[in-house]
Design a protein around this ligand. Structure first.
Ligand code: C5P
Length: 397
Protein backbone atom coordinates (compact mmCIF):
# COMPACT_ATOMS: atom_id res chain seq x y z
CA UNK A 1 0.00 0.00 0.00
CA UNK A 2 2.97 2.31 0.54
CA UNK A 3 4.80 1.26 -2.62
CA UNK A 4 5.56 4.26 -4.82
CA UNK A 5 4.39 6.78 -2.20
CA UNK A 6 6.55 9.82 -1.57
CA UNK A 7 6.82 10.87 2.05
CA UNK A 8 8.28 14.20 3.08
CA UNK A 9 9.52 13.38 6.57
CA UNK A 10 10.03 16.34 8.89
CA UNK A 11 12.09 15.26 11.87
CA UNK A 12 11.54 17.42 14.93
CA UNK A 13 13.92 17.84 17.84
CA UNK A 14 12.62 15.33 20.39
CA UNK A 15 14.51 12.51 22.11
CA UNK A 16 12.41 10.10 20.03
CA UNK A 17 14.01 11.42 16.83
CA UNK A 18 16.25 8.34 16.82
CA UNK A 19 13.19 6.19 16.02
CA UNK A 20 13.01 7.99 12.68
CA UNK A 21 16.00 6.01 11.49
CA UNK A 22 14.03 2.79 11.84
CA UNK A 23 10.93 4.47 10.44
CA UNK A 24 12.82 5.48 7.29
CA UNK A 25 14.09 1.90 6.84
CA UNK A 26 10.63 0.39 7.26
CA UNK A 27 9.08 2.91 4.84
CA UNK A 28 11.69 2.18 2.20
CA UNK A 29 11.29 -1.57 2.75
CA UNK A 30 7.66 -1.07 1.75
CA UNK A 31 8.63 0.75 -1.43
CA UNK A 32 8.00 4.31 -0.26
CA UNK A 33 10.55 7.06 -0.87
CA UNK A 34 11.50 9.38 1.96
CA UNK A 35 12.67 12.97 1.54
CA UNK A 36 14.05 13.99 4.92
CA UNK A 37 13.89 17.46 6.44
CA UNK A 38 15.45 18.14 9.83
CA UNK A 39 14.99 21.02 12.24
CA UNK A 40 18.05 22.48 13.95
CA UNK A 41 17.03 20.80 17.20
CA UNK A 42 16.69 17.42 15.46
CA UNK A 43 20.29 17.68 14.31
CA UNK A 44 21.33 17.76 17.97
CA UNK A 45 19.77 14.32 18.42
CA UNK A 46 20.45 12.36 15.22
CA UNK A 47 23.06 13.09 12.61
CA UNK A 48 21.95 14.24 9.16
CA UNK A 49 24.47 11.75 7.80
CA UNK A 50 22.62 8.74 9.31
CA UNK A 51 19.30 10.12 8.09
CA UNK A 52 20.45 10.71 4.54
CA UNK A 53 22.28 7.36 4.40
CA UNK A 54 19.10 5.51 5.33
CA UNK A 55 16.80 7.65 3.19
CA UNK A 56 19.11 7.48 0.20
CA UNK A 57 18.43 11.19 -0.27
CA UNK A 58 20.12 14.25 1.10
CA UNK A 59 18.67 15.94 4.12
CA UNK A 60 17.07 19.36 3.62
CA UNK A 61 17.98 21.67 6.48
CA UNK A 62 18.16 25.30 5.42
CA UNK A 63 15.51 27.71 4.29
CA UNK A 64 18.07 29.99 2.68
CA UNK A 65 20.19 27.59 0.71
CA UNK A 66 21.02 29.15 -2.63
CA UNK A 67 22.17 25.97 -4.32
CA UNK A 68 19.09 24.04 -3.24
CA UNK A 69 16.77 26.92 -4.10
CA UNK A 70 18.20 26.85 -7.61
CA UNK A 71 17.70 23.07 -7.85
CA UNK A 72 14.36 22.77 -6.10
CA UNK A 73 12.71 25.66 -4.30
CA UNK A 74 11.15 25.06 -0.91
CA UNK A 75 7.66 25.57 -2.30
CA UNK A 76 8.24 22.83 -4.81
CA UNK A 77 9.79 20.62 -2.13
CA UNK A 78 6.60 20.94 -0.10
CA UNK A 79 4.51 19.80 -3.05
CA UNK A 80 6.40 16.79 -4.39
CA UNK A 81 5.24 14.48 -1.64
CA UNK A 82 2.06 12.43 -1.33
CA UNK A 83 2.09 13.14 2.39
CA UNK A 84 4.05 15.24 4.85
CA UNK A 85 4.84 13.33 8.04
CA UNK A 86 6.12 15.17 11.11
CA UNK A 87 7.83 12.76 13.53
CA UNK A 88 8.50 13.43 16.28
CA UNK A 89 6.17 16.42 16.39
CA UNK A 90 7.40 18.33 19.44
CA UNK A 91 5.25 20.71 21.48
CA UNK A 92 7.17 23.58 19.88
CA UNK A 93 6.62 22.34 16.35
CA UNK A 94 2.91 21.74 17.01
CA UNK A 95 2.54 25.24 18.43
CA UNK A 96 4.26 26.76 15.41
CA UNK A 97 2.10 24.74 13.04
CA UNK A 98 -1.09 25.71 14.87
CA UNK A 99 -0.15 29.40 14.75
CA UNK A 100 1.12 29.36 11.18
CA UNK A 101 4.68 30.39 11.99
CA UNK A 102 7.19 29.81 9.23
CA UNK A 103 10.59 30.77 10.57
CA UNK A 104 12.60 27.83 9.30
CA UNK A 105 12.54 25.29 6.49
CA UNK A 106 10.36 22.71 8.30
CA UNK A 107 7.62 25.16 9.28
CA UNK A 108 7.75 26.93 5.92
CA UNK A 109 7.20 23.61 4.14
CA UNK A 110 4.27 22.87 6.43
CA UNK A 111 2.72 26.24 5.60
CA UNK A 112 3.38 25.95 1.88
CA UNK A 113 2.26 22.37 1.33
CA UNK A 114 -0.98 21.41 -0.32
CA UNK A 115 -0.59 17.71 0.49
CA UNK A 116 -2.06 15.97 3.55
CA UNK A 117 -0.09 16.33 6.78
CA UNK A 118 0.23 13.71 9.51
CA UNK A 119 1.93 14.33 12.84
CA UNK A 120 3.29 11.83 15.38
CA UNK A 121 3.59 13.87 18.59
CA UNK A 122 6.20 13.05 21.22
CA UNK A 123 7.00 15.01 24.34
CA UNK A 124 7.06 14.90 28.12
CA UNK A 125 3.69 13.91 29.61
CA UNK A 126 3.16 17.28 31.33
CA UNK A 127 3.91 19.08 28.09
CA UNK A 128 1.43 16.84 26.25
CA UNK A 129 -1.28 17.40 28.84
CA UNK A 130 -0.64 21.15 29.04
CA UNK A 131 -3.72 23.10 27.95
CA UNK A 132 -1.63 24.96 25.37
CA UNK A 133 -0.62 21.72 23.63
CA UNK A 134 -4.17 20.37 23.80
CA UNK A 135 -5.44 23.63 22.34
CA UNK A 136 -2.90 23.41 19.53
CA UNK A 137 -3.83 19.79 18.91
CA UNK A 138 -7.50 20.75 18.53
CA UNK A 139 -6.55 23.54 16.12
CA UNK A 140 -4.41 21.20 14.06
CA UNK A 141 -7.13 18.55 13.91
CA UNK A 142 -9.53 21.28 12.85
CA UNK A 143 -7.10 22.16 10.05
CA UNK A 144 -7.33 18.55 8.83
CA UNK A 145 -3.99 17.40 10.21
CA UNK A 146 -4.02 13.66 10.92
CA UNK A 147 -2.60 12.59 14.26
CA UNK A 148 -1.00 9.29 15.21
CA UNK A 149 -0.27 8.74 18.91
CA UNK A 150 1.24 9.60 21.28
CA UNK A 151 1.38 6.40 23.30
CA UNK A 152 1.27 6.10 27.06
CA UNK A 153 4.24 4.49 28.78
CA UNK A 154 7.60 5.02 30.44
CA UNK A 155 9.32 8.10 29.12
CA UNK A 156 12.98 8.91 28.59
CA UNK A 157 12.61 11.66 31.22
CA UNK A 158 11.63 9.08 33.86
CA UNK A 159 7.93 10.00 33.99
CA UNK A 160 4.98 7.87 32.92
CA UNK A 161 1.96 8.72 30.81
CA UNK A 162 0.95 9.77 27.31
CA UNK A 163 3.68 11.45 25.31
CA UNK A 164 5.79 8.68 23.78
CA UNK A 165 6.20 8.64 20.03
CA UNK A 166 4.02 5.89 18.53
CA UNK A 167 5.95 2.76 17.70
CA UNK A 168 7.15 2.54 14.12
CA UNK A 169 4.65 -0.21 13.11
CA UNK A 170 1.81 1.97 14.42
CA UNK A 171 2.99 4.95 12.37
CA UNK A 172 3.28 2.69 9.31
CA UNK A 173 -0.25 1.38 9.98
CA UNK A 174 -1.62 4.91 10.12
CA UNK A 175 0.11 5.75 6.83
CA UNK A 176 -1.20 2.59 5.20
CA UNK A 177 -4.72 3.36 6.35
CA UNK A 178 -4.37 6.88 4.96
CA UNK A 179 -3.34 5.70 1.52
CA UNK A 180 -5.81 2.86 1.38
CA UNK A 181 -8.65 4.56 -0.46
CA UNK A 182 -12.14 3.27 0.25
CA UNK A 183 -15.42 4.53 1.66
CA UNK A 184 -13.85 4.81 5.12
CA UNK A 185 -10.66 6.60 4.00
CA UNK A 186 -9.83 9.35 6.47
CA UNK A 187 -12.12 7.83 9.12
CA UNK A 188 -10.78 6.70 12.46
CA UNK A 189 -12.58 3.73 14.01
CA UNK A 190 -11.96 2.08 17.37
CA UNK A 191 -12.53 -1.65 17.83
CA UNK A 192 -12.25 -3.57 21.11
CA UNK A 193 -11.77 -7.30 20.89
CA UNK A 194 -10.94 -10.48 22.78
CA UNK A 195 -11.34 -11.37 26.42
CA UNK A 196 -9.82 -9.63 29.42
CA UNK A 197 -7.68 -11.33 32.05
CA UNK A 198 -8.27 -10.26 35.61
CA UNK A 199 -5.39 -11.19 37.92
CA UNK A 200 -5.86 -13.11 41.15
CA UNK A 201 -2.13 -12.93 41.88
CA UNK A 202 0.93 -12.59 39.60
CA UNK A 203 0.46 -16.08 38.12
CA UNK A 204 -3.29 -16.72 38.22
CA UNK A 205 -6.13 -14.92 36.52
CA UNK A 206 -9.83 -15.09 35.71
CA UNK A 207 -10.69 -15.13 32.01
CA UNK A 208 -13.45 -16.05 29.56
CA UNK A 209 -13.64 -18.08 26.36
CA UNK A 210 -13.70 -15.23 23.83
CA UNK A 211 -11.29 -15.96 20.97
CA UNK A 212 -11.25 -12.44 19.53
CA UNK A 213 -12.26 -13.85 16.11
CA UNK A 214 -15.25 -11.57 15.49
CA UNK A 215 -13.51 -8.37 16.65
CA UNK A 216 -10.43 -9.17 14.58
CA UNK A 217 -12.56 -9.84 11.49
CA UNK A 218 -14.33 -6.51 12.00
CA UNK A 219 -11.05 -4.62 12.30
CA UNK A 220 -9.76 -6.29 9.13
CA UNK A 221 -12.95 -5.42 7.22
CA UNK A 222 -12.72 -1.79 8.35
CA UNK A 223 -9.07 -1.56 7.26
CA UNK A 224 -9.96 -2.94 3.86
CA UNK A 225 -12.53 -0.14 3.48
CA UNK A 226 -9.76 2.37 4.18
CA UNK A 227 -10.38 3.22 7.84
CA UNK A 228 -7.63 3.98 10.28
CA UNK A 229 -8.41 1.37 12.92
CA UNK A 230 -7.34 1.57 16.54
CA UNK A 231 -7.54 -2.02 17.76
CA UNK A 232 -7.61 -2.51 21.50
CA UNK A 233 -7.44 -6.19 22.30
CA UNK A 234 -7.22 -8.38 25.35
CA UNK A 235 -5.20 -11.63 25.24
CA UNK A 236 -6.96 -13.23 22.25
CA UNK A 237 -6.38 -16.61 20.58
CA UNK A 238 -6.29 -15.19 17.07
CA UNK A 239 -3.45 -12.97 15.82
CA UNK A 240 -4.21 -9.26 15.57
CA UNK A 241 -4.91 -7.95 12.05
CA UNK A 242 -2.35 -6.08 9.96
CA UNK A 243 -2.62 -2.38 9.30
CA UNK A 244 -4.15 -1.32 12.60
CA UNK A 245 -2.87 0.82 15.44
CA UNK A 246 -2.55 -1.99 17.97
CA UNK A 247 -2.95 -1.76 21.73
CA UNK A 248 -2.64 -5.01 23.63
CA UNK A 249 -4.02 -4.98 27.13
CA UNK A 250 -4.82 -7.53 29.83
CA UNK A 251 -7.47 -6.14 32.13
CA UNK A 252 -10.76 -4.28 31.74
CA UNK A 253 -9.30 -1.23 33.44
CA UNK A 254 -6.35 -1.17 31.04
CA UNK A 255 -8.79 -1.60 28.15
CA UNK A 256 -10.78 1.43 29.29
CA UNK A 257 -7.59 3.50 29.57
CA UNK A 258 -6.49 2.47 26.06
CA UNK A 259 -9.96 3.24 24.69
CA UNK A 260 -10.03 6.69 26.29
CA UNK A 261 -6.53 7.43 24.98
CA UNK A 262 -7.67 6.47 21.46
CA UNK A 263 -10.46 9.06 21.37
CA UNK A 264 -11.61 11.01 19.43
CA UNK A 265 -12.80 8.55 16.79
CA UNK A 266 -15.57 8.67 14.20
CA UNK A 267 -17.03 5.34 15.31
CA UNK A 268 -16.38 2.73 17.98
CA UNK A 269 -17.26 -0.97 17.93
CA UNK A 270 -17.09 -2.79 21.24
CA UNK A 271 -16.68 -6.46 20.41
CA UNK A 272 -14.56 -7.36 23.43
CA UNK A 273 -15.87 -9.79 26.04
CA UNK A 274 -14.92 -7.67 29.01
CA UNK A 275 -14.91 -9.36 32.42
CA UNK A 276 -17.71 -7.95 34.53
CA UNK A 277 -15.71 -8.29 37.75
CA UNK A 278 -12.10 -8.16 38.82
CA UNK A 279 -10.59 -9.62 41.95
CA UNK A 280 -10.68 -6.94 44.58
CA UNK A 281 -7.19 -6.41 45.97
CA UNK A 282 -5.38 -8.96 43.78
CA UNK A 283 -2.36 -10.31 45.64
CA UNK A 284 1.02 -8.82 44.71
CA UNK A 285 2.70 -12.13 45.51
CA UNK A 286 1.68 -15.67 44.64
CA UNK A 287 -0.96 -17.00 47.03
CA UNK A 288 0.55 -20.02 48.76
CA UNK A 289 -1.33 -23.29 48.84
CA UNK A 290 -2.03 -24.38 52.39
CA UNK A 291 -3.47 -27.83 53.02
CA UNK A 292 -7.14 -27.63 53.99
CA UNK A 293 -7.29 -23.83 53.57
CA UNK A 294 -9.13 -22.22 50.67
CA UNK A 295 -8.42 -18.68 49.57
CA UNK A 296 -11.40 -16.35 49.57
CA UNK A 297 -11.72 -14.07 46.59
CA UNK A 298 -13.84 -10.98 46.74
CA UNK A 299 -14.82 -9.12 43.60
CA UNK A 300 -15.14 -5.53 42.46
CA UNK A 301 -17.18 -4.36 39.49
CA UNK A 302 -15.26 -3.51 36.34
CA UNK A 303 -15.99 -0.33 34.39
CA UNK A 304 -18.50 -0.78 31.58
CA UNK A 305 -16.40 0.51 28.69
CA UNK A 306 -19.21 0.58 26.14
CA UNK A 307 -21.58 2.45 28.46
CA UNK A 308 -18.84 4.88 29.51
CA UNK A 309 -18.10 5.87 25.92
CA UNK A 310 -21.73 5.76 24.73
CA UNK A 311 -22.76 8.14 27.51
CA UNK A 312 -19.93 10.66 27.09
CA UNK A 313 -21.19 14.23 27.16
CA UNK A 314 -18.38 15.58 24.99
CA UNK A 315 -16.22 13.80 22.47
CA UNK A 316 -18.61 10.86 22.00
CA UNK A 317 -17.91 8.97 18.76
CA UNK A 318 -20.53 9.65 16.09
CA UNK A 319 -21.53 5.98 16.05
CA UNK A 320 -21.21 3.62 19.02
CA UNK A 321 -21.82 -0.09 18.43
CA UNK A 322 -22.11 -2.72 21.15
CA UNK A 323 -22.50 -6.49 21.10
CA UNK A 324 -24.95 -8.58 23.05
CA UNK A 325 -24.41 -12.28 23.51
CA UNK A 326 -27.65 -13.78 24.78
CA UNK A 327 -29.00 -17.26 25.30
CA UNK A 328 -32.74 -16.52 25.27
CA UNK A 329 -35.13 -13.77 24.17
CA UNK A 330 -32.25 -12.35 22.13
CA UNK A 331 -34.06 -9.39 20.57
CA UNK A 332 -35.88 -8.30 23.74
CA UNK A 333 -32.77 -8.47 25.90
CA UNK A 334 -30.56 -6.80 23.31
CA UNK A 335 -33.09 -4.02 22.73
CA UNK A 336 -33.14 -3.32 26.47
CA UNK A 337 -29.34 -3.41 26.54
CA UNK A 338 -29.14 -0.82 23.77
CA UNK A 339 -31.30 1.53 25.84
CA UNK A 340 -29.42 0.86 29.06
CA UNK A 341 -25.96 1.36 27.61
CA UNK A 342 -26.89 4.31 25.41
CA UNK A 343 -25.25 2.94 22.25
CA UNK A 344 -26.55 3.47 18.70
CA UNK A 345 -26.46 -0.08 17.44
CA UNK A 346 -26.38 -3.46 19.12
CA UNK A 347 -25.20 -6.54 17.27
CA UNK A 348 -27.03 -9.33 19.07
CA UNK A 349 -26.42 -13.04 18.79
CA UNK A 350 -27.64 -16.24 20.34
CA UNK A 351 -24.74 -17.99 22.01
CA UNK A 352 -26.66 -20.99 23.38
CA UNK A 353 -24.36 -24.04 23.14
CA UNK A 354 -26.55 -25.67 20.46
CA UNK A 355 -25.89 -22.77 18.05
CA UNK A 356 -22.13 -23.51 18.03
CA UNK A 357 -21.47 -19.79 17.62
CA UNK A 358 -19.22 -19.25 20.65
CA UNK A 359 -15.74 -20.23 19.45
CA UNK A 360 -17.11 -21.27 16.02
CA UNK A 361 -16.48 -19.69 12.63
CA UNK A 362 -20.09 -18.70 11.93
CA UNK A 363 -22.45 -16.19 13.44
CA UNK A 364 -26.15 -15.36 13.16
CA UNK A 365 -26.78 -11.81 14.30
CA UNK A 366 -29.60 -9.35 14.66
CA UNK A 367 -28.70 -5.69 14.15
CA UNK A 368 -30.71 -3.49 16.48
CA UNK A 369 -30.84 0.23 15.76
CA UNK A 370 -33.32 3.10 15.71
CA UNK A 371 -34.86 1.34 12.70
CA UNK A 372 -35.74 -1.76 14.74
CA UNK A 373 -34.37 -5.32 14.66
CA UNK A 374 -32.91 -6.69 11.43
CA UNK A 375 -32.05 -10.40 11.42
CA UNK A 376 -29.12 -11.37 9.21
CA UNK A 377 -28.89 -14.92 7.87
CA UNK A 378 -26.32 -17.21 9.43
CA UNK A 379 -22.94 -16.58 7.76
CA UNK A 380 -19.19 -16.68 8.39
CA UNK A 381 -17.81 -14.28 11.01
CA UNK A 382 -15.75 -12.66 8.21
CA UNK A 383 -18.93 -11.98 6.24
CA UNK A 384 -20.69 -10.57 9.31
CA UNK A 385 -17.69 -8.29 9.72
CA UNK A 386 -17.75 -7.17 6.08
CA UNK A 387 -21.45 -6.44 6.21
CA UNK A 388 -21.13 -4.52 9.46
CA UNK A 389 -18.19 -2.48 8.09
CA UNK A 390 -20.22 -1.70 4.99
CA UNK A 391 -23.18 -0.55 7.09
CA UNK A 392 -20.89 1.59 9.19
CA UNK A 393 -19.46 3.22 6.04
CA UNK A 394 -23.01 4.00 4.86
CA UNK A 395 -23.96 5.43 8.25
CA UNK A 396 -20.88 7.68 8.41
CA UNK A 397 -21.61 8.80 4.88
O1 C5P B 1 -23.47 -6.15 29.48
P1 C5P B 1 -22.85 -7.03 28.46
O2 C5P B 1 -21.49 -7.54 28.88
O3 C5P B 1 -23.70 -8.15 27.95
O4 C5P B 1 -22.62 -6.06 27.20
C1 C5P B 1 -21.94 -6.45 26.07
C2 C5P B 1 -21.38 -5.26 25.37
O5 C5P B 1 -20.81 -4.35 26.28
C3 C5P B 1 -20.26 -5.63 24.43
O6 C5P B 1 -20.28 -4.72 23.36
C4 C5P B 1 -19.02 -5.45 25.30
O7 C5P B 1 -17.87 -5.20 24.52
C5 C5P B 1 -19.41 -4.26 26.13
N1 C5P B 1 -18.83 -4.25 27.49
C6 C5P B 1 -17.87 -3.31 27.83
N2 C5P B 1 -17.38 -3.26 29.11
C7 C5P B 1 -17.82 -4.12 30.04
C8 C5P B 1 -18.81 -5.08 29.73
C9 C5P B 1 -19.29 -5.12 28.42
O8 C5P B 1 -17.47 -2.54 26.95
N3 C5P B 1 -17.34 -4.05 31.28
Amino acid sequence: MLAGKRILLIIGGGIAAYKCLDLIRRLRERGASVTPVMTRAAEELVTPLSVSALAGEEVHRDLFDLTKEAEMGHIQLSRVADLVLVAPATADLMAKMAQGLAGDLATTLLMATDTPVMIAPAMNVRMWEHPATQRNLALLRGDGVRVVGPEAGDMACGEFGPGRLSEVPDIIAALEAHFNAGPLAGRRVLVTSGPTHEPIDPVRYIANRSSGAQGTAIARALVSLGAQVVFVTGPADVAPPDGVVLHQVETAQQMLEAVEAALPVDAAIFAAAVADWRVDGASASKIKKEVGKMPTLSFAENPDILATVAQMKTGRPGLVVGFAAETDDVVAHATAKRERKGCDWIVANDVSPETGIMGGSENAVVLISDDGAEAWPRMGKDQVAERLAQRLAEALG
